[in-house]
Ligand binder design. Structure first.
Ligand code: HEC
Ligand code: HEC
Length: 323
């Protein structure tokens, strides 16, 4: 099984030249646009998503452009440049924002949501909202969202639901899953496979396989640092090349390996206790307090989550949903 997913075809996908090599949706290709202001803006927005580390990150030649503080690209999590179903797509979002978000308990703009990932998933600073980079990412998202109705979530948004386990996710078992399946790419120490400076220059990326924890990874306030979110992402998309239609990792392995990965050290986001000011809307798997209800912090992090879900539901909260 592992041999299949590590096949040469899958390995070469990453650097095949086009991230649109295996489109699961019909998403418009920025390369078809003419060399005019709109086309150039869309393509720059795409490049920012694919090459965040070198354009707006630690490898940007101009220190004033180093907004991201991690070695990740947006694409490290928004697979295929945000064009893949159930791989946290950016396609389709244009008609969905502004929208209510529980994290702020307020309506959030698309710019604000992007900057949420800048600060947490990329462990950095917000992009200036009226700057060229934000404008280009927005234009890219608008372009790849073409054809989607306004006000309606796409089928394929986020990650697919995964039934919650009855037991707590087990980080010790997860460590073994990691060693068996994930370490082949992400490294035995989870620090990924860093490109040589030559390769980094050619690709605009810092890693061939991104780090899952440590100083160059996402911080502890990122959505990916929640065990249920990560389990769903991993189940549908990992090992790289997997799609939600044919998952490779079992449900139990996905939860256990997620519990292991979210237990590892990573940069800290200040002020997390101010997140989700309406505590009844806080995701049940948030890794940090304060929480509503009688459950200890470890149960929020690792489960079992069904009792929390039931409690929240009977107390009229909204976060009984796994997302
Ligand atoms: C470490 C992984 C990771 C990286 C890197 C990352 N994101 Fe995200 N992003 C997520 C996750 C996970 C979510 C869903 C969040 C949740 O469930 O709270 C998300 C959500 C979003 C959303 C809202 C999606 C929706 O369906 O509502 C946007 C927009 C977004 N990210 C943009 C970006 C951009 C632009 C970048 C690069 C500047 C980026 N992200 C980098 C993990 C990441
Ligand atoms: C065949 C190589 C490969 C294997 C095996 C693999 N991954 Fe990945 N993983 C990738 C690549 C490549 C990316 C980034 C995608 C991109 O840049 O286009 C990624 C991204 C991720 C991300 C989001 C980015 C980040 O740095 O956090 C997570 C989380 C993740 N993988 C977890 C796992 C887990 C858990 C396993 C084991 C069940 C696993 N992966 C197995 C190649 C792999």
């Amino acid at each position: 099984m592992l041999k299949r997913v590590l096949s040469a075809a899958v390995m070469s996908l990453l650097f095949a030249g086009s991230v649109y090599a295996q489109p699961a949706w019909t998403v418009p290709d920025p390369n078809t646009l003419p060399d005019d202001a709109f086309g150039r803006t869309v393509r720059y927005g795409r490049d920012l998503v694919l090459k965040s580390s070198s354009l707006i990150g630690p490898d940007a030649p101009d220190p004033a452009m180093r907004f991201s503080g991690s070695g990740l690209e947006c694409q490290s999590c928004h697979l295929g440049g945000g064009t893949q179903r159930f791989a946290l797509p950016l396609a389709g979002l244009w008609g969905v924002f502004p929208t209510y978000l529980a994290r702020e308990n307020d309506v959030q703009t698309l710019e604000g949501r992007i900057n949420g990932c800048m600060q947490r998933s990329l462990n950095g600073k917000p992009l200036p909202v009226d700057g060229k980079e934000m404008k280009s990412i927005l234009t890219y998202i608008r372009f790849i969202s073409a054809g989607e109705p306004v006000g309606q979530s796409l089928d394929g948004r986020g990650t697919p639901p995964l039934p919650l386990p009855d037991r707590a996710a087990d980080p010790v078992r997860g460590k073994a899953v990691f060693a068996q399946i994930c370490s082949a790419c992400h490294g035995a120490d989870g620090q990924g496979l860093r490109l040589t400076s030559e390769e980094a220059k050619d690709t605009g990326r810092r890693y061939r396989y991104p780090p899952l924890w440590g100083p160059d990874s996402f911080n502890d306030g990122a959505g990916m640092n929640r065990a249920i979110t990560m389990a769903r992402f991993v189940h549908a998309n990992m090992p790289f090349g997997t799609t939600f239609e044919a998952p490779v990792v079992s449900d139990a392995d996905a939860f256990d390996v997620a519990a292991f990965v979210v237990s590892q050290p990573r940069p800290h986001q200040a002020g997390l206790d101010a997140d989700f000011p309406d505590r009844s809307r806080k995701p049940i798997d948030a890794g940090f307090g304060p929480f509503v209800g009688p459950f200890p912090a470890t149960q929020h992090r690792f489960g079992p989550w069904k009792p929390i879900q039931a409690w929240v539901k009977s107390n009229n909260g909204a976060s009984g949903k796994a997302d």
